[in-house]
Design a binder for this molecule. Sequence first.
Ligand SMILES: [Zn+2]
Length: 246
Amino acid sequence: MDYARRRQAIVNREGWEEYRETVRRQGSRPPSRQRPGRGGNRFLLILLLLLTAAVCLALLRKTGGPEPEEIQGNLPEYVTQDLLTENQWSRPGAALEQINGIVLHYVGNPGTSAQANRNYFNSLADGSQGIYASSHFIVGLAGEVIQCVPLTEIAYASNSRNDDTISVEVCHPNAEGEYSPETYRRVVELTAWLCREFHLDPQKDLIRHYDISGKLCPLYYVEHPEAWDRLRDDVEAELRAIAEED
Ligand SMILES: [Zn+2]
């Protein structure tokens, strides 16, 4: 072989090897990729699901549960509003975010009127007594009712349950703390109305201050559990009666 032919042979061979290598590379399938557009569709689907969930939630919020502002605007005619001035000791103005119960109390000061107790709460405003106390409602000796704090705000009456209950202070003629017949009837009427408005069950959501902190309040209904059971039964019966009227 002369020089030129040998060189050609080498070139050919190298060329052949190169060609085979190229074929081998191209012949192997390219790594599989997702078809374009599929990822985008999945994103849209998730977005649609999220939007649907948001709309459902908004609708549920709008239709579900009682509205304290509305109920506050439709108080029974026997309730007189004499709201406390806003202050950190008895009417902090903090929102009552949820209402899960009603707490009954007794004022513990025999013979005092609803007005006198309301004025006492308001007198705490300057802080000189260093006492935090108030109540949404006070039921008086003749069955009169004063509202001190709106249903949209918390009152200071029931310790750890201030932020999810409505409080009702009740006047009483003597130290034993039993409510007078007029007062008792009004307590039943007011708490049954509250149970209806806020969808509460008198047998479990109407509680005594005692049930929260162990304080002997309302004294008579702590010392006489059968009287407490009767009061709850009376509220339940009243609730049934006003539900039938509707
Ligand atoms: Zn109490």
